[in-house]
Design a protein around this ligand. Structure first.
Ligand SMILES: [Ca+2]
Length: 118
């Protein structure tokens, strides 16, 4: 298994976070998940990822092997597809810069939630 990580998203995410803020970015991730998922099953499969990646401007950006690798990388429970949590986790892992800031982002998101409640 020779997976190459981070081919597509590496430099893209930190800029998005700057622009959207942590909460906006998480929303975008969820939107991305919904765009890519198989509408009937509610998860991202090889087929749905292949078919829908064009919607995110990724048409032709990923080979079959890369799509397969991406799902394999992200599939934490081994059912061969990505649920929302697996997808978001994978997106963070694909971006080295995001790995460094993701903890901060999550903390920031939680803190602002608490602020809202008080
Ligand atoms: Ca899974």
């Amino acid at each position: 298994m020779a997976c190459q990580n981070g081919v597509v998203f590496e430099d893209f995410f930190p800029a998005m976070v700057d622009k959207l803020g942590a909460e906006g970015f998480m929303k975008e991730l969820c939107n991305g998940f919904r765009l890519l998922m198989d509408g009937e099953r509610g998860v991202i499969t090889f087929q749905s990822l292949k078919r829908n990646s064009g919607l995110l401007g990724l048409q032709g950006a990923m080979s079959d092997d890369e799509v397969r690798c991406m799902i394999k990388e992200g599939d934490l429970d081994g059912d061969g597809c990505l649920n929302e949590m697996e997808f978001c986790t994978l997106m963070f892992r694909l971006s080295p810069a995001m790995m460094e800031t993701s903890v901060e982002l999550l903390e920031e998101a939680f803190v602002s939630d608490e602020d809202d409640q008080m």
